[in-house]
Design a protein around this ligand. Sequence first.
Ligand SMILES: Cc1cc2nc3c(=O)[nH]c(=O)nc-3n(C[C@H](O)[C@H](O)[C@H](O)COP(=O)(O)OP(=O)(O)OC[C@H]3O[C@@H](n4cnc5c(N)ncnc54)[C@H](O)[C@@H]3O)c2cc1C
Length: 383
Amino acid sequence: MRAYDVIVAGLGGMGSSAAYHLAARGRRVLGLERFGPAHDQGASHGGSRITRQSYFEDPAYVPLLLRAYELWDKLARDSGRDLITLTGGLMAGRPDSVVVAGSLRSAREWGLPHELLDAAEIRRRYPLFRPEPDEVALYEDKAGLVRPEATVEANLALAAGLGAELRFHEPVVSWSADGAGVAVRTAAGTYRADALVVCPGPWASRLLADLGLPLVVERHVQFWFAPRGGVEPFLPARQPIYIWEQSAGIQVYGFPALDGPDGGVKVAFFRRGEVTTPDTIDRAIRPREIEDMAAHLEARLPDAAGRFLRAKACMYTNTPDEHFVIARHPAHERVTVACGFSGHGFKFVPVVGEILADLALTGSTPHPIALFDPARAALTAPR
Ligand SMILES: Cc1cc2nc3c(=O)[nH]c(=O)nc-3n(C[C@H](O)[C@H](O)[C@H](O)COP(=O)(O)OP(=O)(O)OC[C@H]3O[C@@H](n4cnc5c(N)ncnc54)[C@H](O)[C@@H]3O)c2cc1C
């Protein structure tokens, strides 16, 4: 079969971006995907994803976000697609909550523009929200939403336009690597290339079994409601994205109302998934889950708790410390891996593609990725 420079296994958020960046650098790329383009079976579907810069997870993500924002604009321009909308964002909770304290730390450490609002100010500016008297919020202008399916489609179209060969409904069965190159096997045959980039999302434990990573896949549900009294006050020009940490550490996040098939106001719990696997995930939504979410909205954002429209399951692939895994494969210098995005990877899609292209072609990247080392203690400690 034809030889390629680089094979990309998995064309979801990260793999589609890697394929685009590699093709843009003039490489002959083969992309292999088990489902169709921009499908809804993995981690990159549901119409919207939050993006933000005052990153409560760790200030080490901020330089990557600053680069990602440049690349989001470029991707939107180059593809002519509507991919990113800045709505402003509220990171709300008690002052010592992870969401508020962590966001403030990143904002201060990196000098990111932000405001700290007390409960009265939150109510004054955003009357839809019902904060408790002792809750506050960090507000940042640069927060907003990105569109996962459109992003994957944009990456795939640009990659194909640059000559990448993209094969769908063709799962990778196995891969091997030696000094001479890589070989990737599917039901259709064996493909050879100089290098391999593996981005399997929730299927990482399968395609990267040899790494022995302690990954846990979780089922997470995205809910859409029709706001009471109409969508006007919930449109992106008036309603920011938000992440709200409530008592007992429960985090709820939400979006303004979008148009079209993604219409309605979307909300979800951030870290309250149930452990599953990509083969056994229950995609049916239970009435109790809808009631639970409606009750949360009723208390905090009551106008959003109108008619339930729909819900959709999605998967997180969590590492124990909730930081990503992005690296050259420790045992194979021709193989680069990206997985374990732990429910917060999508906003990084363009910069992860750039990093994966760097690693696959040169073995290193100027971007700071030490936090994502698969050999870090949090991933290798006995448990
Ligand atoms: C409900 C929910 C809400 C989220 N909210 C946010 C948010 O607000 N902000 C944010 O930044 N992030 C968010 N995330 C996380 C973000 O969406 C993910 O981190 C990101 O989509 C992961 O991309 P990925 O490429 O690793 O996985 P995927 O997009 O799932 O891609 C993996 C691909 O590999 C393919 N594949 C697997 N095995 C094989 C094989 N053997 N052969 C060929 N192909 C294979 C799969 O079919 C899939 O297409 C959310 C995730 C969920 C589920």
